[in-house]
Write a protein that binds this ligand. Structure first.
Ligand SMILES: C[S@@+](CC[C@H](N)C(=O)[O-])C[C@H]1O[C@@H](n2cnc3c(N)ncnc32)[C@H](O)[C@@H]1O
Length: 223
């Protein structure tokens, strides 16, 4: 499952990449790791209502509906955070969660264990440089995170590389045209048209998911 030449070390529940000097590759955390325990509360009570003008419960309903037929698949999640996917993904899937934040991923590992996933692995890696081999995953999730990647095209290149032909990419992301209250939302906001263009560039067939939840756009893209 790993790209040849990639070296990984496992520490407790997480897998870390090792660089040429034998050191663990670390990233500047997006939210200070020591604040990871606050993440879920901040998302539910602040980011969803105040920034997105939406609701976390609606978000989970939309994704549950979208993923209800997904069983026994090899699922990759980019920027998995604290493991929100346990709220909408069936536990019989073979899950690989990635994120740059060990603090959030540790929480994700705990949440997946509690939810009863038997096959769940976690990697501290950047979404634009995945350690996985080509053609490994049936489904890729990227939830509320695309706006944080410094080079979205590099991430799409990786998505295309690691997915098998016929696989699906499912994404939820704030877009400027749905941000009716013009709230300040962190990161780079791509419009739906821009996202369609990027998908086309990587031979992914874009399909908007008909759902309303404040500033959030939900879409699927087929390889
Ligand atoms: C708003 S959170 C979303 C987390 C989760 N998907 C959710 O829905 O709760 C954004 C996540 O992106 C991660 N992140 C930011 N830049 C990243 C990158 N370049 N590669 C991987 N993860 C990244 C952060 O650590 C954080 O967990």
């Amino acid at each position: 499952m790993l790209k040849s030449g990639v070296r990984i070390i496992r520490k407790k529940d997480l897998n870390y990449r090792i660089d040429g000097q034998g050191r663990i590759v670390r990233f500047r955390p997006w939210l200070g790791d020591s604040f990871s325990f606050l993440y879920d509360t901040i998302m539910k009570n602040s980011i969803f209502p105040r920034k997105f003008g939406g609701q976390m419960s609606i978000h989970y309903d939309i994704l549950t509906q979208e993923l209800k037929g997904v069983h026994d698949k090899r699922v990759l999640e980019l920027a998995a955070g604290s493991g929100s996917a346990v709220n909408f993904l069936a536990k019989d899937n073979h899950y690989t969660g990635t994120d740059i934040s060990p603090g959030l991923l540790k929480r994700a590992a705990r949440n997946f264990k509690t939810a009863g996933f038997e096959d769940a692995k976690f990697y501290v890696v950047n979404a634009d440089e995945l350690p996985f081999d080509n053609n490994v995953f049936d489904l890729c999730l990227c939830i509320l995170s695309l706006n944080f990647f410094s080079d979205a095209r590099k991430v799409f290149q990786e998505i295309k590389r690691v997915l098998v032909p016929g696989a699906v990419f499912i994404c939820s992301v704030p877009v400027p045209e749905r941000n009716k209250r013009q709230n300040t939302i962190r990161g780079t906001l791509y419009s739906e048209e821009e996202l369609k263009t990027i998908c086309r560039e990587y031979s992914l067939k874009f399909e908007s998911i008909p759902a309303e939840n404040g500033a959030l756009l939900y879409f699927r893209a087929f390889l």
